[in-house]
Design a protein around this ligand. Structure first.
Ligand code: ADP
Ligand code: MG
Length: 624
């Protein structure tokens, strides 16, 4: 008989790095290799089920799909075999010899950084197969693609050290059989009870039956014992599922090691027919801020697995939600292209947004502590909501949480509802300020008037806030008002003295004239204000102009921004202003007023265009 030729290949360099890291760093949780291999087998069976919808011959007259595990104590091997879709030669090279996923580099980087969370990351990055090398000296994979001839089988072998080999073989049954040659010290995985234990821990809810080969002492025969429930959890009645089962299922479909925070499971009949099971994680995924982050629901059609990460069912601002949708209205042969812009999809999306927002609303009402955990993890993502989903604006607004002047903490805890309930009786606006940091928002001179009058102000300091506030126009009939913008209604509210020019002392009228002359078109106007208590002067944006924070956002995004012109407001009661008032030397006066403007600019923007000029002006004035 002709000897089949074996070809030797090198692993892609990232794989080598990964193998090395994995073997050394994941050892403490080595049992997860079994979860990974079973999940791959289960995926392969899902793929077969899906492909056979259009090509029934792929089943090769064997529709009894299953995963089988057997142990060979004499040879110290553990064998995991499935009759799923299998792999072609190219598949083995592409899937087992390289890491095709774009996230690999960042995965390796985060592995190096995060010491304690490595095993959580493993499944998420699709490096699951390589975990077999944690416990094995050698791994061999015998596989054949469904529908191909028996002589198109492939044997892939490696000891996980830089090389792997590929040999053509005969494999009668379709699918994949993985043999782990266990390391000497890993004999625990040759015990049936140990394997059963791991399967029930990680893989109880996969929809494929998993069997283990057992030995009947009495009859001296081997038999296959099913060790998982193999029932699609979401199809069961809600009342028959307990919390632990929901949690295990979550871990199974997401590979997240943490429990979910909450979930919502719904069977819907009628116009739309679907089952949804939506989870909110307790912790944000590592890549939630990556543009190409994998999110979206698992899609099933009439219980048949169709695809992972279908993003069409949830908007971006709900991208933290995990789970699945099983629709009875979509065709089985649906593709991503058809999914987009399909009216069934659109309606499902609407319904799922409602469900998600209701789930959060309920959590906020019933368990504010848990809601706070949610908000701290995902608040920033939810803040994209007002811009993305005007239709549900009100619901989203109820879910937002803020830091505020009165709350005296940087933690975002206050809801808009609470703000309104505690408003001053004469107040008809919701006041807020945006700034680069909580610290600078909290110390802004604009707040002085509000402190004095005991009026709360929302302190916004996340980058997205300014953008979000463009879409939050009002809440329950109350308009939002930035306190760094001109706002005439404030006078009424605070009963501040109106400044009447004819009642001003001559000196002050003079002061205004001289300042306007000195500053020219650097400012829009110079005015007196009684709103300040401790600060000599402040800058206000005109009510129809762009705010400072907005301008910063634009320029950070590389867009050109017109120069901002402010209204310069002066506190006539401040000792410094009174001192400057009495300066008769025009040059000296000009220096002072320019210094004040720079100070106010610094307070407003957090930086100056020309700090050197500012410093030399201070130095000059200090010497006078
Ligand atoms: P992931 O499952 O996240 O894609 P893995 O490292 O676990 O990453 O597996 C890599 C790839 O190898 C899979 O995507 C699949 O294409 C292939 N594969 C692994 N195990 C099997 C199997 N039992 N049957 C068919 N293909 C498999
Ligand atoms: Mg996998």
């Amino acid at each position: 008989m002709k000897q089949n030729k074996t070809q030797v290949y090198n692993f892609q360099s990232e794989v080598k790095q990964l193998l090395h890291l994995m073997i050394h760093s994941l050892y403490s949780n080595k049992e997860i290799f079994l979860r990974e291999l079973i999940s791959n087998s289960s995926d392969a069976i899902d793929k077969l089920r899906f492909s056979s919808i259009s090509l029934p011959e792929l089943y090769e007259n064997d529709t009894d799909v299953k995963i089988q595990i057997s142990i060979n104590k004499a040879q110290k091997t553990l064998i995991i075999s499935d009759n799923g879709i299998g792999m072609t030669k190219k598949d083995t090279i592409d899937n087992l010899g390289t890491i095709a996923k774009s996230g690999t580099k960042s995965f390796l980087q985060s592995l190096k950084k995060i010491k304690d969370k490595k095993n959580e990351l493993i499944g998420e990055f699709g490096v699951g197969f390589y975990s077999s090398f944690i416990v094995s000296d050698k791994v061999s994979v015998r596989t054949r693609f469904a529908g191909k001839k028996p002589n198109e089988g492939i044997l892939w072998e490696s000891s996980g050290e830089g090389e792997y080999s590929i040999t053509d073989i005969i494999k009668k049954t379709r699918g994949t059989e993985i043999t782990l040659f266990l390391k000497k010290e890993e004999e625990e995985f040759l015990e049936i009870w140990r394997i059963k234990n791991i399967i029930s821990k990680y893989s109880d809810h996969i929809t494929v039956p998993v069997y283990i080969q057992n030995y009947d002492e009495k009859n001296k025969t081997y038999f296959w014992e099913q060790i998982n429930k193999a029932k699609a959890l979401w199809t069961l009645n809600k009342s028959s599922i307990n919390d632990n089962e929901y949690k295990d299922f979550y871990k199974h479909i997401t590979n997240d090691q943490n429990d979910p925070l909450i979930w919502s499971h719904n069977h819907v009949e009628g116009n739309q027919e679907y089952i949804s099971l939506l989870y909110i994680p307790e912790k944000a995924a590592w890549d939630i801020w990556n543009r190409d982050n994998k999110h979206g629901l698992k899609l099933y059609v009439k219980r048949v697995y169709i695809m992972d990460n279908s993003q069409e069912f949830l908007p971006n601002y709900l991208r933290f939600i995990r789970g699945l949708i099983d629709s009875s209205d979509l065709p089985l042969n649906i593709s991503r292209e058809i999914l987009q812009g399909n009216s069934v999809t659109e309606n499902l999306k609407k319904a799922l947004i409602k469900r998600s927002l209701n789930m959060l609303t309920k959590l906020a009402q019933e368990n504010s502590e848990k809601y706070q955990i949610f908000w701290n993890q995902f608040g920033l993502v939810l803040k994209e909501g007002p811009a993305e989903d005007q239709e549900n604006l009100n619901k989203i607004a109820h879910l937002l949480r803020f830091a505020s002047l009165k709350n005296n903490s940087s933690e975002q805890k206050l809801s808009l509802k609470e703000y309104i309930n505690n408003m001053n009786p004469k107040q008809d606006k919701i006041y807020y300020i945006t700034s680069d940091s909580h610290e600078s928002a909290k110390n802004s001179p604009h707040l002085e008037l509000f402190k004095k009058n005991n009026i709360d102000v929302l302190l916004l300091s996340d980058r997205i806030d300014e953008w979000m506030m463009n879409y939050l126009i009002e809440f329950e009939g109350k308009k939002f008002q930035s306190i760094s913008k001109e706002d005439l209604s404030l006078n009424k509210l605070t009963e501040e003295k109106k400044i009447k020019n004819n009642e001003l002392p001559n000196e002050m009228i003079d002061f205004l004239k001289r300042s306007k002359k000195a500053l020219g078109d650097k400012v829009k106007d110079v005015r007196l204000t009684y709103r300040l208590t401790e600060t000599p002067c402040v800058l206000l944006s005109d009510s129809n102009e762009m705010t400072t924070q907005m301008a910063k956002l634009f320029s950070a995004a590389g867009q050109s921004v017109p120069e901002l012109k402010y209204i310069f407001e002066i506190n006539p009661n401040h000792a410094l202003i009174q001192k400057i008032c009495s300066i008769h030397n025009e040059n000296e006066f000009n220096e002072w007023i320019k210094l004040l403007l720079d100070e106010a600019l610094l307070a407003e923007k957090g930086n100056l265009e020309n700090p050197h000029k500012f410093i030399s002006r201070i130095n000059k004035l200090l010497l006078i």
